[in-house]
Design a protein around this ligand. Structure first.
Ligand code: FEO
Length: 404
């Protein structure tokens, strides 16, 4: 590949990872990209690097427009390895380049590389770097999503380099959102945005709202958002900001996700009358069997739905392991604005449904108790109880949904 111009004298020089399917445990069925950018100005400036496996690719892309030895500045917006782990290879070409980074970024980088041979400038919000005709202003975004994170803004180009924020895990020949929707679809792109937000940014809704408000208060004027994953937003950058605000404010579909696992199909059997009860209340329903579904997809389906029913058999007096894993993962993502319930089967002693409700309480999620349980095999009477619980839960979800 070669560099792709995104603004006058500003180029994408990143790498496309068609093959990655497991991104630190997050399933990426469409691969991803590691975007970084080069400002070809009086002082040539590289914004971010790429994952180490792709060092040669970004260096080739840089070489398609300039000699990497001419790079004067390297801006590091975030030190997670997918963006910084080729910095040593880059610095081999331009050892005298100045690295612009936050204080926490520098401290983190010190733990990954021998940084003693490199030059650093520690930056804070409002600091800027003149590259010639362009001025790169820095905007710290701590915990969006690491303590070191920041964005860079180029006023003269009306360009926000947003790092992980507004990204998507999409490996595509298209570099821009409008190109992507022409050859694929708006819904594929929207789905990729929700998937990324649910699995990476769900815990940070309040921070996102505050940061967007800060950007608006600073009056930053931009017509393009260039994230470090996926396509660049040039068609309608305000739309993705609004999508983020909606999600941060708790937007979800009037829908119930039934997330379950099963041993001998009793808990699985319960999903059918539950689904029927939910649908008879006019509420959509999505059923996810955990052992058949990657975790990140189950998380996304949870996030898209206003309500969630967890189905778990009791195994050795506690929840089924895959269900416990899902709920532990979910707790780390600190979900909000969702209502929950639980159901499941047991043999000689229950415990799993109670465990699930305790997990909901630990997460601070509203829940609808006491759920429904059956011993061994669901009988016709149990089917009726499941159906009625599904209806009652759907009514609760509808009521809860009116708050948003
Ligand atoms: Fe894409 Fe937080 O790294």
């Amino acid at each position: 590949m070669k560099a792709v111009q995104i603004k006058p004298d500003i180029y994408w020089v990143g790498a496309i990872d068609w093959g990655v399917r497991d991104f630190h445990g997050y399933i990426t069925p469409n691969g991803t990209t590691y975007n970084n950018y080069l400002i070809l100005d009086r002082d040539i400036t590289l914004i971010d690097t790429v994952k180490h496996d792709f060092s040669e690719i970004t260096i080739d892309n840089i070489m398609s427009i300039c000699d990497p030895a001419q790079i004067k500045n390297v801006v590091i917006n975030h030190i997670e390895p997918d963006h910084v782990s080729s910095i040593d290879k880059i610095m081999d070409y331009c050892p005298e380049a100045m690295i612009y980074i936050t204080d926490k970024g520098k401290k983190g980088l010190d733990r990954h590389f021998d940084t003693s041979k490199w030059r650093f400038t520690i930056v804070r919000t409002g600091d800027s770097l003149s590259t010639g005709k362009y001025t790169v202003m820095f905007l710290e975004t701590p915990m969006l999503h690491w303590p070191d994170s920041m964005m860079s803004y180029i006023k003269e180009a009306k360009l926000l380099l947003s790092q992980d924020a507004f990204g998507q895990h999409l490996a595509t020949a298209a570099r821009f959102d409008d190109e992507f929707v022409e050859c694929a679809s708006h819904s594929d792109l929207d789905e990729a945005v929700v998937d990324y937000y649910a699995n990476i940014l769900m815990p940070f809704g309040n921070l996102i709202k505050n940061k967007i408000a800060e950007v608006q208060k600073l009056g930053l004027d931009f017509d393009m958002i260039a994230p470090d994953h996926g396509v660049i937003w040039r068609g309608a950058p305000q739309k993705v900001i609004q999508d983020y605000l909606n999600m941060a404010n708790g937007k979800a579909a009037l829908r119930v996700a039934i997330v379950y696992d099963t041993m001998w199909h009793s808990t699985e059997h319960m999903t059918f009358p539950l689904m029927q009860g939910i649908q008879d209340e006019g509420v959509d329903c999505k059923i996810i069997k955990l052992r058949a579904t990657p975790m990140s997809i189950a998380i996304k389906e949870f996030w898209k739905s206003r309500g969630c029913l967890i189905g778990t058999p009791t195994l050795n007096n506690i929840m089924f392991p895959s269900v416990a894993e899902f709920l532990t993962h979910l707790r780390g993502l600190r979900p909000k604005n969702r209502i929950t319930g639980a159901f499941g089967s047991f043999g000689w002693g229950g415990g799993a449904v109670k465990d699930a409700y305790e997990e909901f309480k630990r997460m601070g999620l509203e829940s609808f108790e006491p759920g429904v349980q059956v011993q061994y095999r669901p009988s016709a009477k149990d089917d009726v109880a499941c159906y009625e619980f599904g209806k009652a839960f759907a009514q609760k979800v509808k009521e809860y949904h009116t708050k948003f």
